[in-house]
Design a protein around this ligand. Structure first.
Ligand SMILES: Cc1cc2nc3c(=O)[nH]c(=O)nc-3n(C[C@H](O)[C@H](O)[C@H](O)COP(=O)(O)OP(=O)(O)OC[C@H]3O[C@@H](n4cnc5c(N)ncnc54)[C@H](O)[C@@H]3O)c2cc1C
Length: 315
């Protein structure tokens, strides 16, 4: 079910976009969910306004005490890069083989460190059962120090330092019968995909709704895997959305969190997982709490980067 692609190397061998490969699910509930979504899109889709909050303005420590400082005070281990695969030119999957065994859950994060000053967090996208490696999905940030280095310079068999796994954004078996709603933007889908795999391993019984919001079709980099999963799994629903290109029968138009809020009545007793753009995570969490969802039922992974910068850019 999961991709077994081996080392592919650099940009020249990236996978072709799968935007045209998404089949329409032949399932009346899914059709009605997409139908509701598309009707909402028709009403509001082109009027969704951008959040007034700047991206990455949230402090992760204020978000449900979700995790420790991204600077990570814990001891660092070393890991070897064993596989590198480009989903698109700007989104890459890396697999690291730690020298020492590591306890972790899919959906937690580790810090990678290349120097005293360059220390960044990345979500773990695989379960321990998939192999003796840690898988991360890295999205290139324009002029970003670590992401560009990981995508362009870090080679198979190179070593890197990393922290132990942190965070509470992972699957809990006591939720086995409850609906799970996954809300992600960009590379935030990676950690949540890991949680879905963990849930399936534990034979999760409730429905799982996976919302992934991006700018364009190409950035929906997990479409082929999530569509395959949807076709094979009766309780998994994949709901991709884009903001900058036209929608289709299978891809919604607009922001993924707006669709979740508009469909909230369908997600009674659900556990919500939110990952990606820190502004989106913070806003969606606040909106869910305003609608009466208990904070303990919302697990978050905001991609915060503010804390990592020690000096303003121009100094
Ligand atoms: C818990 C957590 C989990 C995360 N998981 C993932 C994940 O799974 N995948 C993923 O891709 N990312 C993830 N991130 C984000 C990741 O940690 C990095 O922030 C991201 O990769 C960018 O790092 P960078 O070094 O490439 O960019 P940076 O060098 O930190 O730059 C980020 C942006 O800020 C600008 N900038 C840089 N320095 C300055 C400065 N001094 N002043 C002003 N602007 C500046 C850059 O131009 C760039 O646009 C996660 C973040 C957190 C907190």
């Amino acid at each position: 079910m999961f991709s077994t692609t081996s080392h592919i190397g650099r940009k020249s061998q990236m996978k072709p976009t799968s935007r045209h490969l998404l089949p329409i699910r032949n399932d009346s509930f899914f059709q009605s969910l997409m139908g509701i979504n598309l009707r909402i899109d028709a009403l509001f889709g082109h009027r969704f306004s951008r959040s007034s909050k700047p991206v990455n303005s949230a402090n992760p420590k204020t978000l449900n005490n979700a995790f420790q400082s991204v600077e990570g005070k814990n001891k660092l281990g070393a890991a070897r890069l064993v596989d590198k695969y480009f989903y698109t030119e700007d989104i890459c999957r890396i697999r690291l083989e730690p020298i020492d065994a590591l306890d972790y859950h899919a959906g937690q994060f580790i810090n990678l460190q290349t120097s005293e000053s360059c220390n960044r967090s990345y979500a773990i996208t695989n379960t321990p059962l998939e192999g003796d490696y840690l898988e991360l999905h890295i999205r290139r940030k324009l002029n970003g120090e670590m992401s560009n280095w990981l995508l362009d310079e870090f080679e198979v068999n190179d070593y890197i330092h990393f922290s132990s796994a942190m965070g509470n954004c992972y699957y809990a078996q006591q939720h086995r019968k409850r609906p799970l709603v996954f809300i992600s933007t960009g590379a935030g889908a990676g950690g949540l995909y890991g949680i879905v795999k963990d849930a399936l391993h534990h034979e999760h019984q409730g429905p799982m709704y996976f919302y992934h919001g991006c700018r364009d079709n190409e950035s929906l980099y997990l479409t082929h895997l999530l569509t395959e999963l949807q076709n094979e799994t009766s309780n998994f629903y994949y709901l991709p959305s884009i903001t900058r290109e036209k929608s289709s029968d299978t891809v919604l138009h607009g922001r993924c969190n707006q669709y979740v809020m508009a469909n909230l009545m369908l997600f009674s007793n659900a556990v919500f997982y939110i990952s990606g753009n820190a502004g989106m995570v913070k806003d969606t969490r606040s909106q869910l709490i305003e609608k009466g969802i208990q904070p303990k039922d919302i697990l978050v992974m905001p991609f915060e980067s503010k804390d990592l910068r020690k000096t303003p850019r121009d100094q």
